[in-house]
Design a protein around this ligand. Structure first.
Ligand code: GLN
Length: 473
């Protein structure tokens, strides 16, 4: 059975009685059961089917929420009341959410149906979805390849047609890089656009919930619904949510492209050429493209890893077997309980980051690493704002390459460098999106990234819409 790809098409077909929501739900469940990608770690089968019946009636009765008809997969680090939540870690095995994330409440209020829980890197730390107690996710375009990470299950599920929409989190690229690897849209809103209440914390001054979709209209409406102030997260802006519908302004846009991005040695030549050809086309169509100087490219990854590991070491301190999380049986006293529970409960990458974070925060090194990285963060933010003063968006690659083989990258530093083009938006708090407009000669997809000034989601979606309409292959 064919499931329409966009929310608008689903609603139209249901109203015309060409398809029922229960049929769609059953089809998704069947597909998930026969899938081999390991994207889903749990399906809420009965619950989703019974909700589908109720929401079907609401649609027919012409009294339905903005997201009625949509099936959503949730990354396993976003709380959904009374459902399991593990951050793909042994540390949280058996844990059930006591409340729903604000973003989840908001989509449920608009009649979205949550289909299940999606695999990810443990505590959202990784770029390949290989750091998960549930095992790696396979890229639906080629099962030997990784789907990217950390929201690998979310990207794979949308790419494979196992849900319309997946929610993910993006601390340093975890939505955009897997979107690029799997050939779907991946959007990270501005820091402070969507409440982080109910998102398991990794790097609190970087984390944002965002969305994977097949159509730009669906990404837009999800961000609109999830936006807005929240008494449980004081970092959320009280600004008006972004628009419900993408405007179609009949105007020419100004694009900026930092030269250093284009000249980055590790950038795949075909990705670079595609970016250059899109730029040429934009110019031919009368848009302005300005080549800019951004001397901080090589500082992005170090700044990101100093600051996020520092924040992670503090955020993950609560999982000690006494206050929260897995408790080791082999302990005699409180100290050995802490030590054994954390040693046995966390995987190797999470432990590496906790140790790194504690190191950069330790006395004697604090100023040399943590304080310095904070200062560099400020410089990067100021420079980026300057680049966006006369430009609507920056146009960038999303990732240096297409998806790599499962097991291929063993060196952690090499893995961290995967994030070179995505961490920029998290360091500055800017909204950014990856659009699936490239296919490599190796048959794998890749994305092109757009980044706007903070809270300019509307512009970002307008430009995205333009690019998708013109250049989607
Ligand atoms: N790959 C990055 C990291 O490992 C990004 C993770 C994320 O955005 N959650 O930290």
């Amino acid at each position: 059975m064919n499931i329409p790809e966009s929310l608008a098409d689903i609603q139209e077909k249901i109203i015309k009685k060409e398809i029922s929501l229960v049929q769609i739900c059953q089809e998704y469940i069947n597909r998930i059961k026969s899938s081999t990608s390991n994207a889903y770690i749990e399906v809420f089968e009965e619950e989703a089917l019974s909700k589908a019946e109720k929401i079907q009636k609401k649609i027919i009765g012409n009294n339905f929420g903005l997201l009625a008809g949509i099936f959503v997969g949730l990354k396993d680090n976003i709380c959904y009341k009374d459902h399991n939540l593990t951050a793909s870690s042994k540390m949280l095995e058996g844990f059930k959410s006591l409340f729903s994330a604000t973003a989840v409440e908001k989509i449920l209020n608009e009649d979205a149906i949550i289909l299940g829980r999606l695999n990810c890197d443990e505590f959202a730390m990784g770029s390949s979805n290989e750091n998960s107690i549930y095992g790696p996710v396979k890229n639906p375009k080629d099962e030997k390849k990784v789907p990217g990470g950390s929201s690998g299950g979310s990207a794979a599920a949308v790419a494979e047609g196992l849900c319309n929409i997946a929610l993910g989190s993006d601390t340093g690229g975890s939505i955009r890089q897997p979107a690029s690897f799997c050939g779907v849209i991946g959007m990270k809103p501005s820091y402070g656009r969507i409440s982080r209440n109910g998102l398991i914390a990794y790097g609190s001054s970087f984390d944002q919930i965002g969305v994977f979709s097949k159509t730009i209209q669906d990404a837009n409406i999800l961000i609109h619904v999830m936006s807005g102030s929240d008494e449980f997260d004081s970092t959320v802006s009280s600004q008006e949510p972004s628009n419900k519908e993408i405007q179609l302004p009949n105007k020419k846009f100004n694009f900026g492209i930092p030269d250093e991005y284009l000249k980055f040695e590790g950038l795949d030549i075909e990705i670079k050429n595609k970016l250059l050809s899109v730029i040429e086309n934009l110019k031919e169509d009368g848009h302005k493209v300005e080549v800019l100087k951004f001397p901080f490219l090589k500082y992005l990854v170090p700044t990101y890893y100093v600051l996020t590991t520092a924040e992670a070491s503090s955020n993950l301190a609560r999982y000690d077997g006494a206050h929260f999380g897995f408790r080791s049986n082999n302990s005699e006293d409180i100290n050995s309980t802490y030590e054994n529970s954390r040693s046995e409960g966390f995987g190797i990458e999470v432990k590496r980051r906790i140790m790194l974070g504690n190191f950069v925060l330790s006395s004697g090194y604090y100023d040399a690493y943590f304080t310095k990285a904070q200062k560099v963060r400020r410089l990067i933010k100021t420079k980026t704002e300057e680049m966006l003063k006369n430009n609507d968006v920056l146009i960038l690659p999303t990732a240096p390459s297409t998806a790599f083989n499962i097991g291929e990258i063993k060196d952690p530093i090499k893995m961290y460098l995967q994030d070179i083009f995505t961490v920029h938006a998290n360091i500055t708090g800017a909204p950014a999106i990856s659009l699936p407009i490239g296919t490599h000669s190796n048959n794998l997809p890749f994305g092109i990234q757009l980044m706007a000034n903070s809270f300019q989601e509307n512009t970002l979606f307008e430009v995205s819409n333009l690019l998708i309409e013109k250049y989607l292959e």
